[in-house]
Design a protein around this ligand. Structure first.
Ligand code: ADP
Length: 544
């Protein structure tokens, strides 16, 4: 009686086959790196992905070989998303904003055999190529006319390579737990660590992520991932969209508000990016008196979404915010803040407070909180603890390590501190290394930052803990004001006192022109601490 159903294989090629079979003409509108905006569809992407698989085989690629990809969000990148795993190879996403040393490290560590790279990023590769030990070919993602001049020998032109093949190719089959993609964590301390997604984890993750309480994606949607495909598995949108037959808009490399707005107005209904992108877009929309004519939902994650952003999207532009939490190690979706029936009963103001939390997990993800000794804590919305996760698309072991990344029961320590309320809504207090420990109490740097950016003249704020003889640590705040605006420090602390307890108010406000960011666009607390150290910064109480 057991095992009488068909052994459908959870491989990502099935996703693209489905889109090409049942949603072949769904539009993919894409800003090419070469400039113009083009239109294609799932059928054409399917054919080109097959041609790519065939071409890669001809170049000697075998099952399990790694291929590094450094590319913006374009239709062509979607061809790679399927053409690489389709021939059994592993798609290793490369973030062009990483330091050269880190790029070399991850290319060598993953042993990439081929690098596929966008036209405008070739300069990065020219610099590091002599240190890349395993790379046999470099493919430039363009056509013959746009092939650049380069010092690198034997560059292959992508479109030319594909022209020599037809699309008559059977995807390479294999077990669903075979490797499909690799994304390295950004490694703020130590070397980056390789997270290897399997075909199975990617399919399960896409199914979970599309579901109604998550991003609620369907064939009636047109989704634009602003989050780059190289950031945390591209938030899986490259899998979720074809899985439901959604249309897509790919914004290319123009990440400025003007360029994004132009693409959003091409019928986009759902979009996704980190909060900084949306802060800039909202300012642009308001300054130019523009509206969003088709957008319905915006997924905001990667770092905490300030209340002011939620309110502005919903009240000024009638766009629903889906605040999400995830990490590279979780493929990346951990939670999304959609409304359960319990929340629908609340007032509008209370609902916005719920949206400041990162929401609840989909099927396949399980979360728990513990104290430092591993004792499980209550989900009462108040008790803060270490956040642990396990599930169908959560890392078990990093690439080329001999130790598991989980405990004996399969729980992964996320490195975040959080609370979970009785309805299962999780709220990130902080990364455990960023939390400010003041007199035995914890202060959330995220809470301070979100309170400060609510001030109309503040663009960005970063809170960090500095040593204090009496309190162990005390918070200080680095603030970037809007261009041309000058604000008194007291005005900012006064404003913040409406949102945080008095004893949590930062002891010092430092104004800066900019705040350093990581390669994924988040505030780099490490770089900020280094800058303050270099300038011999001292807490006001310690100054002579
Ligand atoms: P990177 O730091 O390289 O961008 P990740 O995207 O994997 O890598 O970062 C995951 C971390 O980002 C989480 O562990 C958490 O600290 C933080 N994070 C993600 N989403 C949120 C959110 N909505 N609110 C607060 N923190 C978040």
């Amino acid at each position: 009686m057991d095992n009488l159903m068909q052994p459908f294989s959870l491989r990502v090629s099935e996703i693209l086959d489905h889109a090409a079979r049942y949603h072949p003409k769904r539009k993919i509108i894409s800003r090419k790196v070469e400039g113009p905006i083009e239109e294609t569809n799932w059928s054409s992407i399917h054919q080109k992905a097959k041609k790519l698989s065939k071409s890669l085989q001809r170049l000697g690629i075998k099952k399990g070989d790694r291929i590094g990809v450094m590319a913006w969000n374009t239709a062509r990148h979607l061809e790679l998303w399927y053409g690489i795993p389709g021939c059994g190879a592993v798609n290793h996403t490369l973030n062009p904003r990483l330091f050269a040393k880190q790029l070399t490290y991850i290319i060598n560590h993953a042993e990439d055999k081929i690098l596929m790279i966008d036209l405008d990023l070739l300069g990065i590769l020219e610099k590091i190529m002599p240190t890349c030990e395993t790379v046999e070919h470099v493919i430039v993602l363009t056509d013959n006319i746009n092939m650049p001049k380069s010092d690198l020998p034997n560059l292959i032109c992508y479109e030319e390579l594909l022209e020599t093949e037809d699309s008559d190719f059977d995807w390479i089959s294999g077990h669903e737990t075979e490797a499909c993609g690799i994304c390295y964590t950004s490694g703020t301390t130590g070397n980056p660590k390789g997270v290897v997604y399997t075909h199975r984890s990617n399919v399960l993750h896409a199914l979970a992520s599309a579901s109604p309480d998550m991003i609620n994606l369907s064939s009636r949607d047109r989704i634009m991932p602003v989050v780059p495909l190289f950031h945390a598995n591209g938030w899986s949108i490259g899998y979720t969209a074809p899985l439901v037959g959604a249309s897509m808009v790919m914004p290319g490399r123009e990440m400025n508000p003007e360029g994004l707005y132009e693409m959003l107005e091409k019928g986009v209904t759902v979009t996704a990016a980190v909060p900084t992108i949306w802060l800039l877009l909202l300012n642009y929309l308001k300054a130019n008196n523009l509206n969003l004519s088709t957008l319905k939902r915006v997924i905001i994650g990667g770092s905490s979404c300030p209340r002011a952003v939620i309110e502005s999207f919903q009240n000024d532009f009638n766009v629903q915010v889906l605040h999400a939490w995830g990490m590279t190690e979780m493929s990346p979706l951990g939670t999304i803040c959609s409304f359960k029936p319990e929340v629908l009963e609340l007032t509008d103001e209370e609902k916005i407070s719920v949206q400041e939390t990162t929401g609840h997990p989909p099927f396949t993800v399980e979360l728990k909180l513990t104290d430092d000794h591993g004792n499980q804590l209550k989900n009462d919305g108040k008790t803060q603890g270490k956040l642990w996760a396990r599930g169908g698309a959560v890392v078990q072991q990093y690439l080329k390590t001999d130790k598991k990344a989980v405990d004996d029961e399969g729980w992964f320590d996320t490195g975040d501190v959080a609370t979970i309320d009785k309805n299962g809504y999780m709220s990130i207090t902080d990364r455990s290394k960023d939390i400010i420990k003041s007199g035995g109490e914890w202060i959330s740097s995220i809470e301070l930052e979100n309170a400060a950016v609510g001030h109309p003249d503040v663009v960005e704020a970063a809170a960090i803990g500095v040593s204090h003889p009496k309190w162990d640590e005390r918070p200080i705040l680095v603030v970037v004001c809007k261009v041309g605006k000058k604000v008194e420090p007291e005005k900012i602390t006064d404003f913040m006192s409406a949102f945080v307890a008095k004893w949590q108010i930062p002891d010092d406000i430092i104004f800066a022109k900019e705040i350093p960011h990581t390669a994924t666009g988040k505030i780099s607390k490490m770089a900020l601490r280094q800058i303050l150290e270099k300038e011999n910064y001292q807490h006001p109480d310690l100054r002579p």
